[in-house]
Design a protein. Structure first.
Length: 338
């Protein structure tokens, strides 16, 4: 299968991502599933410029769509607090939970490993007794570690622009002072995530958090996160490159790396095509069960097939662009040793 890059087109002054014409034919041989309809997924909010920062921004772990929204902790679906994500997170995979849960069920006594945890929607919904959870975003991992210790937020939280920018300034001061592993930093990170534009996690070239104030009419803030203490009791949170994770031979690995799209960036560094190949090759070497999800670009499909994964195409609720195009995106679910 030839590798074809995505193309950018200008429509109404906004950049739009479109797959090349042979895309449909290249995907036609893959089995498909239409059961992915539970929640919205987002693509990158390229129009979320921060007028107060005046610097080039770096996107967070997953891509967000200003028009589609993010995976929201308020969307409980009747679930108890410890089973729902505590953060808004662009690119969350709650819609994929039923697919992964069916694959996980025969291996429920194993440890679950998530190398790119993001909003933690899948692992929280599955609820393994033991888990190794990793992300390259240090602020995200500090927040989860503080939840494991029973975080209670005491700082004032309100949906107000002046309060937001004051808390953002304080958070950036903590970053400059090297106090990123504190409960205060975790509390501020939560507030900024809930109140900032579209749940983005974005930093400028100076390393400062620069997401602007959000556009929400109403926000529900949580203060007591003690409900997560029991859920996280057997979970180990790491902040390392994924290849440094100490995998056990029978670990069940669920991996959702940053999407293979030209604008994909990961934390403060770009997740390149070489990183996509490196992640897929690392996962293909694992002897235990592996479930891998990604944007179904032709070169991703070709890579995963070449490495021996079994693929299924899914129609995701996430949308490809932030220009108003509501065409559902295509994702691939790749499995090995299952």
């Amino acid at each position: 299968m030839p590798s074809r890059a995505w193309t950018r087109e200008r429509e109404g002054g906004a950049a739009r991502i479109r797959l090349p014409p042979p895309y449909t034919a290249q995907m036609a041989h893959l089995p498909t599933s239409t059961g992915a309809t539970e929640a919205t997924r987002a693509t990158e909010a390229t129009g979320a410029a921060d007028a107060t920062a005046g610097t080039e921004a770096t996107a967070g772990t997953k891509d967000a769509d200003a028009t589609a929204g993010t995976e929201d902790a308020d969307m409980t679906d009747g679930a108890d607090a410890p089973t729902r994500p505590p953060l808004k997170w662009a690119g969350g995979k709650r819609w994929l939970v039923p697919h992964v849960r069916r694959l996980w069920a025969p291996h429920a006594t194993h440890r679950l490993v998530e190398p790119f945890c993001g909003g933690l929607a899948v692992t929280l919904a599955i609820g393994p007794e033991r888990a190794l959870v990793n992300d390259i975003n240090p602020h995200l991992i500090n927040f989860y570690r503080q939840l494991k210790r029973g975080l209670t937020i005491r700082l004032p939280m309100e949906n107000d622009s002046a309060a937001y920018y004051a808390h953002r300034q304080r958070f950036n001061q903590l970053l400059r002072d090297g106090r990123v592993k504190t409960a205060e930093a975790a509390s501020l990170f939560y507030y900024l995530n809930r109140t900032g534009f579209n749940g983005l996690c974005r930093f400028n070239k100076s390393g400062e958090f620069n997401v602007p104030f959000g556009r929400y009419a109403r926000i529900r803030y949580d203060r007591d996160f003690s409900g997560y203490v029991g859920a996280f009791a057997g979970w180990d949170f790491r902040h390392v490159d994924f290849e440094r994770l100490p995998l056990r031979p029978d670990d069940f690995v669920y991996a959702d790396p940053p999407y293979d799209v030209p604008f994909t960036q990961y934390a403060r560094g770009r997740f390149s095509w070489d990183d996509q190949v490196r992640a897929a090759t690392w996962l293909a070497r694992h002897t235990g069960p592996v479930v891998l999800s990604n944007q179904a670009t032709p070169r991703i499909v070709a890579l995963y097939e070449r490495l021996g994964f079994r693929l299924t195409c899914l129609s995701a609720p996430r949308r490809i662009s932030c220009t108003g195009d509501r065409t559902p995106a295509r994702e691939v679910l790749a499995v090995r040793n299952l």
